[in-house]
Design a protein around this ligand. Structure first.
Ligand SMILES: Cc1cc2nc3c(=O)[nH]c(=O)nc-3n(C[C@H](O)[C@H](O)[C@H](O)COP(=O)(O)O)c2cc1C
Length: 314
C-alpha cells in the first residue's frame, strides 16, 4: 500500500490533504474523522474581535461563488483559550492562521500564537476582502519580504506564507517570501472579483468585491504552482479547486508537496476523507509506493517552458 506521508519542511503529514483556512473548524468532527487529515488548518484570526464585512457575504455565479466574509474573528485570545484546546483533541498537525494590518502587529501576533499546541503559523498576507480596496501585503515583493521577515524573527514555529493570485508576478513574491524566511508557501488565496445584480443595479456583496472560489481557477493556480516550484526550494501547498484525487496528483506533479481543500467540502462535507481514500487507491493501482515521489514529477524536460519563446515558435 502506498505511503501517503509527506513532509513540509520539518512538519510531517500523514497524507497531503488539509482543509483550507476559513472553510473548516474542529466542528467538522461531527461529520468526518479529523484524525484522517494531513493537517488541520484553522480560520484566520485577528488580534481583536472583528465583525467582518457587511452582508451579503456570498453570491453565486455561473463559475463558482464570490465571497467576502472580511475575516470575522473573535480575536487571538479567544482562539488560544477556546478553540485551540478543541483542535488539540486530534492528532494531525495544527496550523493556526493569522492576519494583521501592520507588519508590527503581524510579528506580535506570530509571537503570541507561538504556544505549544500550535505546530505551524500560516500567515494570511493575501486576503482580498480584508480591505474593501482589495489591498494586501502579498501584492508586492517588498511588502511580502518585510512582513515575512518580521514574522520569521518573532517565532520559532514554521511559517507558511499564503500568497495572492492577484499579484502580477507571483514568482517574484514567492522568492521574496522565501528569502525572508518562509518555511513553505501556500498558493493561493482567492481571486478578487465582482458581481453586479441586474435587478437593482447594485453589487451583490455588501463589501462590493469578493474572492472568487471555483474549480475553474485550478488551472490558473496550477500554472502558478508550477512556475514558483521551479524557482524556490521551499515546499509548496497547492490550493484552489481541488475536488478529486487526480487534482491532488496534478498539483503534486506541478511541484506541490501537499494541497488544501475548501470549496469541495462545501459541496460535500465528507470530501476530504473521500479524496484521501481515492488517492490511496489511485496510487495503489499504479504501483506508486511513496506519494512524495510525485512532487515535481511532471514530464516536460523536452518542452519549452518560456511562454514567450513557446508562443513565438508556433
Ligand atoms: C467562505 C470562505 C472563507 C475563507 N476564509 C479564509 C480565511 O479566513 N483565511 C484564508 O487564508 N483563506 C480563506 N479563504 C480562502 C481559502 O482558504 C482558499 O484559499 C480558497 O477557498 C481556494 O481554495 P478552494 O478552491 O479549495 O476553495 C476562505 C474561502 C472561503 C470560501
Amino acid at each position: 500500500m502506498v505511503d501517503l506521508s509527506v513532509k513540509i519542511g520539518e512538519v510531517e503529514l500523514a497524507n497531503p490533504l488539509m482543509p483550507a483556512s476559513g472553510t473548516f473548524s474542529y466542528e467538522f468532527a461531527d461529520i468526518i474523522d479529523l484524525n484522517r487529515l494531513g493537517a488541520m488548518v484553522a480560520k484566520t484570526v485577528s488580534r481583536d474581535f472583528r465583525a467582518g464585512n457587511p452582508t451579503p457575504r456570498m453570491a453565486e455565479t455561473e463559475a463558482g461563488i464570490i465571497q467576502s466574509p472580511g475575516l470575522p474573528s473573535n480575536g487571538i485570545q479567544y482562539f488560544l483559550d477556546e478553540m485551540l484546546p478543541e483542535y488539540k483533541r486530534y492528532t494531525p498537525p495544527m496550523v493556526a492562521s493569522i492576519s494583521a494590518e501592520t507588519t508590527d502587529d503581524f510579528a506580535e501576533m506570530a509571537r503570541d500564537i507561538s504556544v505549544p499546541g500550535v505546530d505551524v503559523i500560516e500567515v494570511n498576507i493575501s486576503c482580498p476582502t480584508r480591505d474593501p480596496r482589495g489591498g494586501n501585503f502579498a501584492l508586492q515583493a517588498n511588502h511580502t519580504r518585510n512582513v515575512v521577515s518580521a514574522i520569521h524573527a518573532a517565532t520559532n514555529k514554521p511559517v507558511w506564507a499564503k500568497l495572492s493570485p492577484n499579484a502580477g508576478d507571483i514568482v517574484g513574491i514567492a522568492l521574496a517570501a522565501e528569502e525572508a524566511g518562509a518555511d513553505a508557501l501556500v498558493i493561493a488565496n482567492t481571486f478578487l472579483a465582482l458581481k453586479i445584480r441586474t435587478d437593482n443595479f447594485r453589487p451583490a456583496l455588501g463589501n462590493k468585491f469578493g474572492g472568487l472560489v471555483s474549480p475553474a481557477l485550478k488551472p490558473i493556480i496550477m500554472r502558478m504552482v508550477y512556475q514558483v516550484a521551479r524557482e524556490v526550494s521551499i515546499p509548496i501547498i497547492g490550493l484552489g479547486g481541488v475536488c478529486k484525487a487526480e487534482d491532488v496528483v496534478e498539483y503534486m506533479l506541478a511541484g506541490a508537496s501537499a494541497v488544501g481543500v475548501g470549496y469541495a467540502a462545501f459541496r460535500n462535507p465528507t470530501a476530504l476523507p473521500a479524496i484521501i481514500d481515492d488517492l490511496e487507491r489511485w496510487c495503489d493501482e499504479r504501483g506508486i509506493e511513496h506519494i512524495c515521489d510525485l512532487t515535481g514529477a511532471v514530464r516536460d524536460d523536452d518542452m519549452e517552458t518560456d511562454t514567450y519563446v513557446a508562443a513565438s515558435s508556433i
